[in-house]
Design a protein around this ligand. Structure first.
Ligand code: NI
Length: 169
C-alpha cells in the first residue's frame, strides 16, 4: 500500500524518532509499503518520518526497483565512518521539484539492522553515500534544505512559501 508523503512544513518530518524493536510481520508489511511508496514516487530513498511515522527506519534503492540487489532496508542505522567531501545536486520526495547543491561526505560506512533485525554494514561512496546521509538526516528530523545557507536557502524557502500561500504546496 502506498502512503502519502509529507511535505516540508509538516511537523511530522521534524519529530524525534524511536528505535525499531520488533521485527515481525507488521514491520515487514510497513517496509514493503515504504518500498512501494518510494518506487511509485519515484525516488531512491524514503524515511519513516516522511510517511508520518516516528521510527528509525528507512529504505534506499538507487535502481528505483530495477535491481533487487540495490535495495537496502535500514533500521536503527548509525555511521561508523564518514570521509571526504562531495558537492552535488540533491532533492527530496518531501520537497518535490526543488534541488540544491549540498555538501556531504564522499564515502561512508553505515551499520543498521535489516528487516529481520540482523545487523549489517554498508560501504557507500558517491550517490549511495549521499543517500545514506540524506536518509539518516530524516531520522533526526533534518531535511536537506536545513543544510543550505545564505541566498540559496532564502530563495528556495521563499519559493515554497509563495507556493504554500497559493495553496499549491
Ligand atoms: Ni528526503
Amino acid at each position: 500500500m502506498r502512503h502519502p508523503i509529507l511535505r516540508l512544513g509538516d511537523e511530522g518530518l521534524r519529530r524525534p524518532t524511536r528505535p525499531v524493536t520488533v521485527f515481525d510481520a507488521s514491520l515487514h508489511a510497513l517496509v514493503d509499503d515504504m518500498i512501494e511508496t518510494m518506487h511509485a514516487a519515484p525516488g531512491i530513498g524514503l524515511a519513516a518520518p516522511q510517511i508520518g511515522l516516528d521510527l528509525q527506519l528507512c529504505v534506499i534503492d538507487l535502481s528505483v526497483g530495477a535491481s533487487h540487489a540495490d535495495l537496502i532496508v535500514l533500521a536503527n542505522p548509525h555511521f561508523v565512518e564518514r570521509r571526504g567531501m562531495q558537492l552535488e545536486s540533491e532533492g527530496c520526495l518531501s520537497v518535490p521539484t526543488f534541488y540544491a547543491t549540498v555538501a556531504r561526505a564522499s564515502e561512508v560506512v553505515v551499520r543498521g539492522q535489516d528487516r529481520d533485525g540482523v545487523w549489517r554494514t554498508y560501504d557507500g561512496s558517491g550517490l549511495l553515500a549521499r543517500a545514506f546521509q540524506h536518509e539518516l538526516d530524516h531520522l533526526r528530523g533534518r531535511i536537506f534544505v536545513d543544510r543550505l545557507q545564505g541566498l540559496q536557502r532564502r530563495l528556495l524557502l521563499g519559493r515554497i512559501t509563495r507556493l504554500r500561500a497559493k495553496g499549491r504546496w
